[in-house]
Design a protein around this ligand. Sequence first.
Ligand code: ADP
Ligand code: ZN
Length: 654
Amino acid sequence: MVDLIAPLHRHFGHTAFRPGQEDLVRAVLDGRDVLAVMPTGSGKSLGFQLPALLLPGTTLVVSPLISLMKDQVDELNRRGIRAAALHSMLSGDARREILSSARSGDVRLLYVAPERFASDHFVRTLRDLPVARFVVDEAHCVSAWGHDFRPDYRRLRQAAAECRRSDAHPGRPPIAAFTATATPEVRDDIVDLLGLAEPQVIVAGFDRPNIELRVRPVTGELEKRQLVTELVGHKRALVYAATRRNAESAAEALQTAGHQAAAYHAGLGDADRTRVQDHFASGALLVVCATNAFGMGIDRPDVEAVVHIDIPGSLEAYYQEIGRAGRDARPAIATLLWNYADVKTREFLINHGRDESPARPGVPLDPAEAARRKELEHKKLRRMVAYADSAGCLRATILRYFGDPAAREPCGACGNCDRRAPLDADTRLLVRKILSGIARGGERYGRRRIAAMLIGNVDDLPEPLTRLSTTGLLRNEQPRTIERWIDAACGAGLIGVSEDQYRTLGLTPLGRDVMAGRVEDVRMAVPLVRQPFSRRHASGQLRVRRRGADRPERGYGRVGSTEAPGVDEEGGAAKPLESVVATLRAWRLEEARKRAIAPFVILHDRTLVAIATTLPRSSAELHAVPGIGPAKLAAYGDAILAVIESIVASVNTR
Ligand code: ADP
Ligand code: ZN
C-alpha cells in the first residue's frame, strides 16, 4: 500500500489522519465513485485535496458557496498548492485565463460554482480539460429532501459525463460526493441524481467526545425554567426552544435569575437579530435563547453548554445544534429537557410548516411532495423521541443513527452510561416482573399499557390485559416509574421496541434469560424517578386537599373563597385553588393556540375547577370528573395529568 503519511505531512503539515480520513483518501485514489458522509469541520476536504495532489490531471470541485470556495483556494495557495476558483464574481478574462492554465496542467484543484454548468459553452470547454476526479461538495444540494436544494446541482450528472478522464480510461472521471447529511432519503438521492456507480460509502467523524450528552426528564414548564437557569450556570451557553414564545420565556427566566441572556428568533427585526448575534460573537452576551432560526453564523469556539428546553425535530438538527458547543475541544455539556407533551408542539410545527429553520427550502411543493415530506419529518421526529427515551448509551444512539462506525457502547461520557450499574436483588426482581408482564401480554402492547396493566389500572385497558396473572403485580408503583424501568431495560438490551408508531414491546433473548433467572449479572442505567406522589402525600408534605370526585361542582363559583382548599386542616401552606385553576387555564390557552380553537372548546371553566378541586392522578380518576368524556380523555388526558403532576411537584419542592 502506498504510504500516505509522507504526502500528508509534506503538503498539509499534519502528522496523522483523523478517523475515516485515510479510508476516504484511499477510496478516492482507487478510482471508485465515493459517497462520503462527514460533518462540517471534520476534515473531509482532505479527502479530495490529498488525492488531487497525487493524481495526474485537474480535480474539479463543485462547491455552492463562493466564500467557502475562496477560503479553500487561498489556504491551498498558501501551502504552495496550485488551486483556482471559477464563479460569477470573476470577469470573463479572468475566467478564460484560469481555464487555459488548467488546460495546460497548471491547476491541481479547480473549484467551480454550480451555476457555471448552466452555460453550454462552459461545459464544452471542459472537454479539453483532463479531469482526475469530479468532486461534488455539499452533495445534499442535489436532493429536494435535503435542507438546501439547488437546481443547478441536477446538471452535474450530465456535466461529469462530458468530462474527459486524465488517466485515459474510457468513460467519465470518478465522482466523489461529500455531505454532512445523514438521512437515507438524501443519500439515495445523491446516488441516483449524481449517477454514482456502486459507490463506496464512507461515514466518519460524527463523534464529538468532548461533548457530554444528557437527557433530563421533566414534568412541566416550572421545572424547565428552574433547570435551565441551573444548567446554564455561569457558562457561555445556547438554549434552544421549539417556538418563539418558549425562546422568549426562557430568556426572561434567565434574566430574572440575573443572567445575561437574550432571545433570538425569526420574529425579531433584522437589527435586533444582528445585535444579538454580534453581541454573542463578541462575547458581550453570554447566553442566547433561540429557535432554530439561530443558524450558521455563530462561530464561538468556547460555548460550554447547550440546553434544549423542547425536543428538536430531528437528530440531525439536534446534533448540529449541540455541535456548536466545545469547538475548542474543551469539555462541554449538552442537555435535553424531555417532556413527552412537547412532542405535540413539534407535530404541530410539522403539520403547519411553521419550522423556523433558515435552511428550509423555498421551492413550492406539489401536494403529494409536501405530504411525503411531512411524513418524513414525522419519521425523523420519532427517531428523536426514541433518542430522548433511550436508556442506552446516548452517544452510541446518535452515532448509529448517522451510520458512523465509531459507535461503541458504552461511551462512558453520557448521562446513561454514567448511571449504568449492576442491579441489586430488589431491582432485578422488579425488572423480572416487568419482563414477565410483557411476555404474558403476548408482546403485543406498548409501554403505557404494560405499565397500566402491571399497576392494575385496568379501566382503559383492552380486555386481555385486565386479567393476566401479572395484572396488578406491581400495584404499589407509579406508572412513570415502570415506564422508566422499561426504558432502562430497553437500553440494556432486555426489551426491544417495534419501529412503527405503536412501539410494541418484546423480549430479546437476553431479556428472556433474565426473566427466567438464567442470567443474573445485569447492568443498566438505573432510571431517574421522582419520588412517588403517594409517599409524599402520606408524609403530610402535600397540602393540596383532594375533594371527592362525586362533589366537584361544589368548588365552582367559590374560587378564592376561604372555604376553597386554600388552607388545609393542619393549617400548613397550600397551593390555593385559584392558582391551580390559573395553571390549568394557562395550559388550556396554550393548547387552544396550538390547535387554533377557542379555549372553551377544549374544556369549560367549570371542568377546570372540577379538575383543580379533585386533582385526579390517573386516567381513571380524570375520567370520573364531570365534563371529561372519552374523547376529551383521549385528546387531553395525558397533558392534563402532566400539568397536575407539575403542580403537585412544585408544591412539594417548596
Ligand atoms: P470540512 O471540509 O470537513 O468542513 P476541513 O477540511 O476544512 O473540514 O477541516 C477542518 C480543519 O481540520 C482544518 O483546519 C484542517 O486543517 C484540519 N484538519 C483536517 N485534517 C486534519 C488532520 N489529519 N490532522 C490535523 N488537522 C486536520
Ligand atoms: Zn454513553
